[in-house]
Design a protein around this ligand. Structure first.
Ligand code: MN
Length: 284
């Protein structure tokens, strides 16, 4: 199942080049009362939602090309980032002063993971707004794993059972000396989309072609088999420090080829078996 959020917070099933509106199935989520439980309610109750959505028939679809795609995940408790998680990106980070700013680049087992503000999330149709266009703002294409149920101290053997699905992600980054979590948390600097593909449709997350182009120029091209910490290890590692909740977003790290974008650029990011999205860059 491919699930998207679009237009004025409609929820849709993506079928070929169309979106079928299944927003009525949101009624299974019940009323929200303060304080809301931690996690994204739709992901937490996904099986009930899925059953209700599959009952909805004969709804006219809209063309995908005519809808405005938002982030399929609305309310994650956290966005988890994996620093330098591809060997060739580690190499380029150590060689490029515009990335390392005279600091030693360590390895992921030395850094641990980092967090981005959940307010930085947007969908592909919202685009990236460069708040500091005079500084270097880089694209980073990443496989995103979305947690499906509460997970605390999970072993890598069990980790994939905790994944609801996958999306394509852009971990946008303003380069500089400030802490990563600050530079990567600017509004719109976490693009999630174009939809959530449920884990049953993806199979092995460790063998997916991943690529990114800017204005039709190929910049990044790799495969998730080159991840240093693979998806099960990232879940094991993250959940050894904190509980993961439904809808939590794990950005698994970017391969080599990161580089700057400017207002007016158009980014296309794609992962085989997950999806492709085009994201425009503008001034904030
Ligand atoms: Mn990244």
């Amino acid at each position: 199942m491919k699930l998207c959020r679009y237009d004025a917070d409609r929820v849709g099933l993506v079928q070929d080049d169309r979106v079928v509106d299944v927003s009525d199935a949101l009624s299974v989520l019940g009323e929200m009362r303060w304080p809301v439980p931690k996690g994204d309610r739709l992901i937490a109750r996904f099986e009930e939602f899925r059953a209700a959505a599959e009952e909805i028939k004969d709804v006219p679809g809209k063309l995908l090309s005519e809808v405005r795609l938002l982030s399929p995940i609305a309310n994650p408790t956290k966005i988890i980032g994996a620093p330098v998680n591809y060997a060739k990106h580690l190499d380029e980070s150590r060689k490029d002063q515009g990335i390392h700013f005279d600091r030693e680049i360590k390895t992921i087992d030395q850094y641990g993971l980092f967090l981005k503000a959940s307010s930085s999330i947007c969908g592909p149709s919202e685009g990236v707004a460069l708040r500091f266009p005079d500084r270097r703002n880089d694209h980073e294409v990443e496989l995103v794993a979305v947690i499906g149920r509460q997970a605390d101290r999970i072993s890598r053997e069990d980790a994939l059972d905790y994944i609801a699905g996958y999306t394509v992600g852009l971990d946008m980054t303003v380069r500089g000396t400030e802490d990563r979590s600050f530079r990567k948390s600017i509004d719109t600097y976490t693009v999630i989309g174009p939809w959530l593909v449920t884990a049953d449709e993806v199979g092995d997350p460790g063998a997916l072609d991943i690529e990114l182009s800017v204005n039709d120029e190929m910049r990044q091209r790799s495969n998730t088999r080159h991840l240093i910490f693979d998806v099960p290890r990232l879940i094991e590692y993250a959940s050894s420090f904190y509980t993961l909740y439904p809808g939590d977003v794990i950005m698994t790290g970017t391969p080599e080829g990161v580089g700057p974008v400017r207002p007016g650029d158009s980014i296309t990011a794609a992962i085989a078996g997950v999806g492709a999205m085009t994201v425009d860059v503008r001034d904030a």
